[in-house]
Design a binder for this molecule. Structure first.
Ligand code: SF4
Length: 353
């Protein structure tokens, strides 16, 4: 399968939110897992679905400063506000838009996804500084959008000065409804973003029941979704109709965001890989301070190439140094590869002794 670069499928510009997202320069601000839409394909994890939790990228948010810190760590040029449905917590969402604009300036581009919204909600978001809004109508409405509540929501958003559009996953058996949906958007002059449908831990049963299958053994994307998307984006629309594949999200957008974070969080003893992960040496033992002192004194390790990580209960050291000395040490030594994310998800762990 050919993966077209961003925007290439239409030869038209993509919306600003997508451009910054492709650079990995958009923080994902998850403002609540609450949502009334009940989409059968909802991909949210169990920890998030229907739970009123807040995350900035992978970081759980306890206070405003957490959000600002994560934005700084990825050198964010913008934020995508998502959920759940952010409008379920409209005051919180308005507060975060103002917080981000106050701290990072008017140019910090903010887009938001929602499946709802009264006129009052949309006006509140616009006055807070929101730049772009993407509505997510449910599949049964895709071929009857004219005169629907979503037509009203789009009009309210456009009248409030927002860039407005529609974003939906491509259900492979709903090609005709999707074409009706894009026709409607074309008539209204709003953009459409199509996403490749993907299996997740929470939606696989519903997707299976509908007869959807993974497109390969190594992909979570649904067979047929991409083909229908390519067919639709290739039609001669006057609006921006953009397709975002699962591979693009994981392989380019996510990797770029991780690289931005890796460059900012990397310690002198960590190496950044081409995959935007970090490699470091790790020593595990009971008395971390004693291990740290012994290694520094015995091997003359410079201060910036070793430290104690109390949170993860380990001594961290340059992987190059640890490779050379591990066989002489009485403690367990590893070379580990981790994401540079808040949760430092481990990708690989290699025993050195
Ligand atoms: S609108 Fe989004 S968060 Fe809400 S149920 Fe649908 S897919 Fe899930």
């Amino acid at each position: 399968m050919i993966h077209l670069p961003l925007g290439a499928a239409t030869n038209k510009p993509v919306v600003r939110g997508c451009k910054l997202c492709a650079l990995g320069a958009k923080m994902v601000l998850f403002v609540t897992g609450l949502c009334d839409a009940g989409c059968f394909y909802c991909p949210l994890s169990r920890e998030k679905m229907n739970h009123d939790v807040i995350y900035a990228d992978e970081m759980p948010v306890r206070r405003d400063e957490d959000i600002l810190q994560e934005a700084r760590l990825i050198d964010a040029l913008g934020t995508g506000i998502t959920g759940g449905d952010p409008i379920k917590k409209i005051d919180r969402t308005v507060h975060y838009i103002e917080l981000l604009k106050d701290n990072f300036g008017e140019d910090h581009h903010i887009h938001l996804y929602t499946a709802s919204g009264s006129k009052e909600d949309i006006l509140k978001l616009a006055s807070a500084g929101l730049d772009e809004i993407r509505f997510h109508p449910p599949p049964p409405l895709w071929n009857k959008m004219t005169g629907s509540i979503y037509a009203k929501r789009l009009t309210w958003a456009l009248d409030a000065g927002l860039d407005a559009g529609i974003e939906v996953p491509v259900l492979p058996d709903m090609r005709d409804s999707l074409i009706s949906l894009v026709n409607f958007a074309d008539d209204m002059g709003v953009f459409v973003n199509l996403n490749e449908l993907e299996f997740s831990e929470t939606n696989y049963r519903a997707l299976n029941e509908r007869g959807y299958e993974p497109k390969s053994d190594i992909s979570s994307a649904v067979r047929g979704s991409e083909e229908v998307a390519y067919e639709i984006v290739s039609m001669p629309w006057d609006i921006i109709v953009h397709y975002c594949s699962a591979a693009f999200k994981d392989g380019i957008q996510m990797k770029n965001r991780l690289m931005r974070r890796a460059k900012n969080v990397r310690r002198d003893y960590e190496e950044i890989t081409e995959d935007s992960t970090l490699i470091l040496g790790v020593v595990i033992g009971d008395d971390l301070e004693e291990i740290h002192r012994y290694l520094r004194e015995t091997y003359d390790i410079p201060e910036n190439l070793i430290s104690v990580n109390y949170m993860r209960q380990r001594v961290e050291v340059s992987p190059y140094i640890l490779e050379d000395i591990a066989s002489e040490l009485p403690w367990k030594c590893y070379e580990v590869e981790e994401y540079p994310t808040w949760d430092r998800l481990q990708v690989e762990r290699l025993e050195l002794n």
